[in-house]
Design a protein around this ligand. Structure first.
Ligand SMILES: Nc1ncnc2c1ncn2[C@@H]1O[C@H](COP(=O)(O)OP(=O)(O)O)[C@@H](O)[C@H]1O
Ligand SMILES: [Mg+2]
Length: 96
């Protein structure tokens, strides 16, 4: 993976039961070639975080940088689509 940074990113889902905040002010930096594992109990926001990095989910705020490319920023109104992020993802549940 190329260098990846997510700065103070937050994500929430608007549901019938109200607004559910899934990721709150996450700061994460993964170095080039680093093997990084995201561990935590079920429902803590691992998949949502990965989906935000891949571009399948748009956080409420914060910046996401992949390598030297700013791929997401609310303040700069920038959302690079998933197919332009040059990122691979293996899904937990296949959708084939
Ligand atoms: N599309 C969605 N709509 C509403 N709530 C969601 C959605 N996706 C995930 N959630 C909720 O967000 C929380 C984090 O989910 P998730 O990122 O899948 O956790 P993990 O991968 O760590 O098990 C859970 O409470 C889950 O129910
Ligand atoms: Mg998951």
């Amino acid at each position: 993976m190329s260098n990846c940074v997510q700065n103070s990113g937050s994500n929430s889902f608007d549901t019938a039961k109200g607004l559910i905040q899934t990721v709150r002010e996450l700061n994460l930096e993964i170095e080039t070639s680093e093997f990084f594992s995201l561990l935590g109990p079920s429902g803590c926001g691992k998949t949502t975080t990965i989906r935000c990095i891949a571009g399948l989910e748009n956080p409420d705020g914060g910046d996401i940088v992949l390598g030297d490319k700013l791929v997401f920023s609310r303040t700069q109104n920038r959302i690079v689509p998933v197919y332009q992020r040059n990122i691979g993802m293996v899904f937990q549940s296949y959708a084939i």
